[in-house]
Write a protein that binds this ligand. Sequence first.
Ligand SMILES: [Zn+2]
Ligand SMILES: [Zn+2]
Length: 333
Amino acid sequence: MPGQTMRAWQWRGPGDHGLIETPAPRPAADELLIRVEACGLCGTDLRILAGDYGHARAPVVIGHEFAGVVVAVGSAVTGFAAGQAVAADPNVYCLNCEWCARRAFNLCQNIKAIGIGRAGAMAEFVTVPARLAVALPDGLDPALGALIEPLACVLHGIERGGIEPGRTLAVYGAGAIGLMAVVVAAQLGAVVTVVEPLARRRVRAEVAGAVECLERLAPGRRFDNVLDASGAPAAVADGLARLRKRGSFIQMGVTPSGFELPISPYRVYENEWRIIGSNSVADCYEPAAKLMPQISQPMRALVTHTLALAELPRGIGLIADPAAVKVQIDPRL
Ligand SMILES: [Zn+2]
Ligand SMILES: [Zn+2]
């Protein structure tokens, strides 16, 4: 609350981060002050903490996948009041540049994301522009509210890839993003195969709605759509070779930036393939917030760990653990 201090997890430079006590923020005229009830930890956070994420500005409080309750509203805010459960798109885009005009908000030239370029939600309180907040239905688990952001990334990827009912989709990687892609694509009516080397993750993919979950694909198997959610160079190389005619390949996983593959423009031409990148939320945050209550069961099952702020280092270790899918922090603990 204004005037109070709060606990927060601050990144200061490559490998340098920790719990701090800092003044609680005050909302600007167009902002909400939110008491954070859940904040997801993801691969982007790990890259920020390691000092391997271009947009991050040290020192900064991390945390961009969050939900909570409004505790104060700025003087110019309408439509929100204290006590309302909310979540928010963390990508504070400008609405003035070419990319914002094209609704490619993730590509905004002036983007300053919460938890990356400005104070994030691995903290007891966070401020967000009210225009980026969505009201959550009464009683929605805040863990689900905090999953809206990664779900929005997945919806954007599915939309970019043109995934359709009745068509086949291979998802490489059954981590949090891959499993969410399975949930959404299966609900859409796509026939989903998951390729995942870890047996414990394959089991989860079946529950999420995949028709088959394989360690690797047999030679010759091809799909209408392939989505890489692994970022593993070998998986991407395998997946790109498995498109049917008119197929699309969707790159959502983050490969090492120096990794390159040969590609045959002739085969792209002949087969009318589409090779598509998809990163972040773009304009899918509100659609994801609307969809969440309809898929709450399989989504809630993805949150395997809820930790206190001080336990964040344990959460970092869990990200590589096959038993974990989504690790969230509850700053109230
Ligand atoms: Zn994230
Ligand atoms: Zn912009």
